[in-house]
Design a protein around this ligand. Structure first.
Ligand code: BES
Ligand code: MN
Ligand code: ZN
Length: 496
């Protein structure tokens, strides 16, 4: 689906979209169209529950007095409220939700907000529309024509259309990156394994990202026994991918680092998961997809920042060669780990990735994303990622970025006492403790591999996949983290 911008003034045909404020107050364009259609809009509103609340949508089919086959009313919320960019994104998404499979092919939106601010708002409306239009349908060979999406183009008519266009050029790169990440997460486990995911990382080379791939040989040399132990039962070779975007080559600052858990399928290993719902574990690489998507977004919009992305890619399988519960592995940091549960594998992967990252890049901070624990889903549901952060300023910036993108972030505690639950009788630590505070224990486990570099761990187990979807996300892979971290970099770590 394509979104474009044009001068104010609606065409005579197709689907026409106009705004209505809360309390059924028509915008100028809505008033004009209401007059043209001899009151069809006011009549339709009076016969419905549409009141102009933000994200409400009402379609009026074939009103007289215009050649338009459909008029769509979109709720704008309070006229004098503080409608933020993220609210315009939700409105754009709601519009596509209404029209995507409605039979409408093109829609023209009268975006009545004036000035530069109106242009920027229109760009965010466009982003929300684009994000909602995502589909993963490469495996559907028998979809009925009447089930396929019809909407192909949206034109947004707005005074500051050049501002909107310029602003959207960057946001469109972010949307493309979100689509890329959603594709990676949606892909089936037999197709998406460590080497094929590493190949997807390599495609970022075209955008100027430097991509290095380490295999088992290189990781063995580095002593990454924690990561390698997880993958040793798989027929697929484990990989560690290092991506570097140098958007600000003259800067003397240390780079920003993002890391992702990339378990391309998590059976649990010998500590095998129950079969019900195990298919969900194809998206146990959602953290890595977010990091790969972020690198794509930053490179796509040529962000003025130096950023490292590292993803640990493994498949966790039960096998004659798989690691056993009770095995002891030595991590790259030198610390030894008793693997008392092979299903607590994500922290083992990130332990070596984090250590490698700080050792090689001495970054300003490290932020990891991981579908790490079922416990975080119990605690926070699907509204927020759990954020374990050693640095208050970084925590505030993440929470703020979450509000700005509607990718929620909720701060969780780090405390030494959680780590005590993972003391081992035979090694420096074990990889899993009792279930209470499971997400906090996992975080404290990984903290031991950060070497005190400022660090944030985002447990995204409840966020990587959405069974229901929301205004800007169809159900399925969300690519949670791409927009959040793109915003973080843009708002706080790039020159204005
Ligand atoms: N990938 C899972 C966590 C997960 C669960 C993600 C549900 C998304 C939805 C992770 O590797 C895992 O198995 N964690 C265990 C840890 C436990 C063994 C300490 C868990 O949460 O049960
Ligand atoms: Mn697991
Ligand atoms: Zn896992």
């Amino acid at each position: 689906m394509k979104v474009s911008f044009a001068k104010p003034g609606l065409p005579a045909k197709g689907a026409l979209v106009v705004g209505v404020y809360e309390g059924k107050k028509l915008t100028a364009s809505a008033t004009e169209l209401d007059r043209k259609t001899k009151g069809a809009i006011t009549r339709a509103i009076s016969g419905s529950r549409f009141a102009g609340k933000a994200k409400q949508v009402l379609s009026i089919l074939a009103p007289a007095g215009t050649e338009a086959n459909r008029v769509v009313l979109i709720g704008l919320g309070k006229a004098k409220g503080e409608t933020k960019p993220v609210d315009f994104e939700a409105m754009g998404g709601a519009l596509v939700g209404e029209l995507a499979t409605s039979g409408a092919r093109e829609a023209a939106v009268a975006f009545d907000l004036a000035g530069e601010e109106g242009g920027i708002a229109a760009a965010h409306f466009a982003l929300g529309a684009k994000l909602r239009s995502y589909r993963f349908d490469k495996y559907r060979t028998k979809e009925k024509p009447e089930d396929k999406p019809t909407l192909q183009r949206i034109a947004i008519h707005v005074e500051a259309n050049r501002t909107a266009q310029r602003h959207y050029a960057d946001l469109e790169q972010v949307a493309e990156a979100v689509f890329f990440a959603r594709d990676l997460v949606s892909e089936a486990g037999n197709v998406m394994y460590p080497k094929s995911l590493a190949d997807q990382c390599r495609t970022l080379g075209d955008l100027g990202v430097k991509v290095e791939v380490l295999g088992v040989k290189e990781m063995t040399k580095l002593g990454m026994g924690a990561l390698l132990g997880v993958g040793q039962g798989s027929a697929h070779e484990s990989q560690l991918v290092v991506m570097q975007w140098q958007g600000d080559p003259r800067s003397k600052e240390k780079p920003l680092a993002f890391l992702g858990k990339g378990v391309t399928f998590d059976t649990g290993g010998i500590s095998l998961k129950p079969s019900a719902g195990m298919e969900d574990m194809k998206w146990d690489m959602g953290g890595s997809a977010a990091v790969i998507g972020l690198m794509r977004a930053l490179a796509g919009r040529k962000a003025k920042a130096n950023v490292v992305g590292i993803v640990g890619l493994v498949e966790n399988m039960p096998d004659g060669n798989a690691q056993r519960p009770g095995d002891v592995v030595k991590s790259m940091s030198g610390q030894t780990i008793e693997v008392n549960n092979t299903d607590a594998e994500g922290r083992l992967v990130l332990a070596d990735a984090l250590w490698y990252c700080q050792d090689r890049f001495k970054p300003r901070f490290m932020i990891d994303l991981a579908t790490l624990t079922g416990a975080i889903v119990i605690a926070l549901g699907h509204e927020f990622a759990g954020a374990f952060v050693t640095d208050d300023e970084l925590a505030d910036r993440l929470i703020d970025s979450g509000k700005a993108t509607s990718e929620g972030v909720w701060r969780m505690p780090l405390a030494e006492s959680y780590a005590r639950g993972m003391d081992s009788d035979i090694a420096d630590m074990k990889n899993s403790g009792s279930r209470d505070g499971g997400s906090c224990k996992a975080a404290m486990f990984m903290k031991r591999f950060t070497n005190d570099v400022p660090w944030a761990h985002l447990d995204i187990a409840g966020m990587a996949w959405s069974a229901k979807g929301n205004a800007v996300t169809p159900k399925g892979a969300t690519a949670y983290g791409v927009r959040l971290l793109d915003h973080l970099v843009r708002a706080y770590y790039e020159p204005k």
